[in-house]
Design a protein around this ligand. Structure first.
Ligand code: 0X9
Ligand code: ZN
Length: 510
């Protein structure tokens, strides 16, 4: 049940000395299509200058030592272009996609978007799930967008029409219009759950004991705009004052709205909107999440970057539950191969989904950046969905109580024959009203109860005790947090355990 992991931090020094190579393909009529550039940097501070100049650093991919940016207007080779001068100081700039208009060309003449769902197809499919599995699936209209399109949620649970208070999860796709693959993963999860219920014990167990809310298309207006008018559209379709359109839905949530990494310019791709939660599609999701008291976790799918991000986004400070969030992200990363990191390590941004879900609603919330491009080729849809559905299944199974009152942080011994030092951390931020009085551990050896020991405070909300040696064999134990109104067991069910075999001291993993 418990494993001690050694963590090593790797420091990478990158030295680059390339000459900037800036290209722009200009059409006869002078129109310059949007380009995707990869800008390499040697120091994160260099990004600040781009950010401050209004270059969007937060809407494409990024990796160690580089950030992808979309340059929308005019050839950046022109001295007048705001990016031209700024990019001069960077060791290397590659043009990744010379013409973003052409990137999704293969779908241009297909009204049905090939294997991708259109908005209407996604809605029809959700409805068919409710028709085909009336006891397990229900379509809820949560509200409507600026242009009057419904935001739908599919609830998946046994006794679906009852609120059973089971641990709940909120899974969203399509905040950003051009990130079509995000819809596919949420739709694939719905399919896997519903088709699996009658066949797979694991799925039945899940649906019987969870309430799973799926919003495949959080931003319907933007999605329709991207799929019918302009593929690279990102925001929603608010008519701003002036001639610009759109608010970035992932800068508009009302937790820490208006801070870092969100633009005040309506024309920007990361425009935060006129006020916190100003957008109907953001309000809908906020109100939904705040009203569902049984929600425990949430994931918002985006593309691209192959990342799993956890709060905070708005600050470099670690979240109070950073260790737990990081562990959950690292576990999910095992299924996807994506890189887990705190959101702001990528870049800080404010008013995003995760910070609201974690900061306001107390959920374990994550952003997945799928794939290596916004709209991957059709043949990539299936493998991307499959591995992300695996991560989703793991999450919904394992994050039902993401922030337990105690957390087991260490098990150690200086010699193989013990004693065995245990320590736990009290999660004060999530259980402020518990009134912790003491922590005890009940332990057994080879199934024989050995009694109860008090843990001593070691400062910083950490409590510890040593289990005495009782010879070779199987040790098991669970803790109890004793508060003003009673005790809470940890783990809720089962025990932690380890074995002492011969002269070896073995930790047993779950
Ligand atoms: O910037 C965003 O909203 C997300 N990336 S995207 O390229 N899909 O637009 C990332 C959201 C996570 N937040 C931070 N990294 N701050
Ligand atoms: Zn996105």
């Amino acid at each position: 049940m418990f494993r001690v992991l050694g963590l090593f931090s790797l420091l990478t020094f990158i030295t680059l000395s390339f000459t900037p190579l800036l290209l722009a393909a200009q059409n006869d009529d002078g129109y310059v299509p949007p380009q995707l550039l990869r800008v390499f940097y040697t120091d994160k501070k260099m990004l600040k200058t781009l950010d401050e100049a209004g270059i969007d650093l937060r809407c494409a991919g990024r990796g160690p030592g580089y950030v992808d940016i979309i340059v929308e207007s005019g050839p950046i080779t022109k001295a007048g272009h705001p990016a031209h001068k700024l990019l001069k100081g960077f060791p290397r700039v590659d043009v990744r996609v010379e013409n973003l208009d052409k990137m999704a060309e293969q779908y241009r003449d297909k009204a049905d978007l090939g294997l991708y769902h259109t908005f209407d197809e996604a809605v029809t499919e959700l409805r068919s799930y409710a028709d085909d599995y009336p006891d397990l699936a229900e379509v809820h209209e949560l509200g409507t967008s600026h242009e009057g399109r419904p935001v739908y949620a599919l609830k998946v649970s046994d006794n679906v029409s009852a609120d059973e208070g089971e641990p709940g999860f909120l899974i969203c796709g399509m905040h950003h219009s051009r990130e079509w693959i995000s819809v596919e993963v949420v739709m694939a999860f719905a399919k896997r759950l519903l088709e699996g219920y009658g066949k797979e014990a694991r799925i039945k167990e899940l649906i019987d004991n969870r309430e799973i809310w799926l919003i495949p298309v959080q931003n319907p207006d933007g999605f329709v705009y991207s799929t019918t008018k302009y593929r690279m559209w990102r925001k929603n379709r608010r008519k701003n004052s002036g001639s610009s359109y759109g608010v970035d839905p992932n800068r508009n949530y009302s937790y820490e709205w208006g801070g870092a990494g969100a633009s005040t310019s309506p024309g920007s791709d990361t425009y935060r909107g006129p006020s916190a939660g100003s957008e109907p599609i953001t309000q809908i999701v906020e109100q939904f999440a705040a009203s569902k008291k049984n929600l425990k976790g949430s994931i918002s799918f985006h593309s691209y970057g192959q990342l799993i991000l956890w709060p905070w986004s708005y600050t470099y400070d670690p979240a109070p539950d950073d260790a737990i969030l990081g562990d959950l992200a690292r576990s999910m990363a095992k299924y996807t191969g994506y890189s887990p990191k705190q959101s702001s390590d990528l870049y800080p941004s404010s008013g995003d989904f995760d910070d609201y879900m974690y900061g306001t609603c107390g959920l374990a919330s994550f952003t997945f950046e799928l794939a290596t491009q916004f709209i991957p080729n059709e043949d990539k849809i299936k493998p991307i969905c499959e591995k992300n559905v695996k991560a989703l299944l793991w999450f919904v199974e394992n994050a039902a109580d993401p922030f337990p009152i105690l957390r087991h942080t260490a098990l150690g011994a200086t010699t193989n024959s013990g004693p065995y030092a245990l320590s736990v951390v009290y999660n004060k931020s999530h259980h402020a009203n518990f009134g912790l009085k003491k922590v005890v551990v009940n332990w057994s050896k080879d199934g024989q109860a050995q009694g109860q020991l008090n843990l001593l405070s070691q400062g910083n909300d950490t409590y510890g005790v040593e289990l005495p040696s009782a010879g070779l064999g199987d040790y098991s134990y669970h803790f109890e947090a004793i508060g003003k109104d009673g005790a809470v067991r940890y783990p809720a069910t089962g025990d932690f355990s380890f074995q002492v075999v011969d002269s070896l001291y073995l930790l047993v993993d779950d």
